[in-house]
Design a protein around this ligand. Structure first.
Ligand code: THU
Length: 130
């Protein structure tokens, strides 16, 4: 059996910090920079539900705030049988700052898919359209 990807392990660990008292749907994300560093995020919910932020965006904004600008991969983990793909808002943010990232989906036990972000967000709107 293949040894688990350390990026997936980092996303599983980040998921433990999720603040999800309303949905109880905990998500972790781990973003790998071009120079091999790993920046993590978890979802953070709010009583004003629309202010909730997904794990993927927390990871990306944390990485940007730390000065990182180039990225290779992101792993996303939830405790579900079916893969938990990034929502539309996160796809747009990941595309803006990460470009055609590899997106690794996993649950607590196994990987459930690897995709390029360009497959998940075909025909993206970005600075080339402005
Ligand atoms: N969520 C994420 O953090 N990432 C995803 O890819 C899907 C959804 C969060 C948002 C909210 O806190 C909870 O999962 C249920 O939608």
């Amino acid at each position: 059996m293949r040894v688990s990807d350390p990026l997936v392990a980092a996303a599983r660990a980040a998921r433990r910090h999720a603040v999800a008292p309303y949905s109880r749907f905990k998500v972790g994300a781990a973003l790998e920079t071009a120079d091999g560093r790993v920046i993590t995020g978890c979802n953070v919910e709010n009583a004003s539900y629309g202010l909730t932020i997904c794990a993927e965006r927390v990871a990306m904004f944390t990485a940007l705030a730390a000065g990182h600008r180039r990225f290779r991969r992101i792993a996303i983990v939830a405790d579900t049988m079916a893969p938990t793909p990034p929502c539309g808002a996160c796809r747009q943010i990941l595309w803006e700052f990460g470009g055609d990232l590899e997106v690794i989906l996993a649950n607590l036990r196994r990987e459930s898919g690897r995709h390029q972000l360009s497959e998940l967000l075909p025909l993206p709107f970005d600075k080339r359209n402005l």
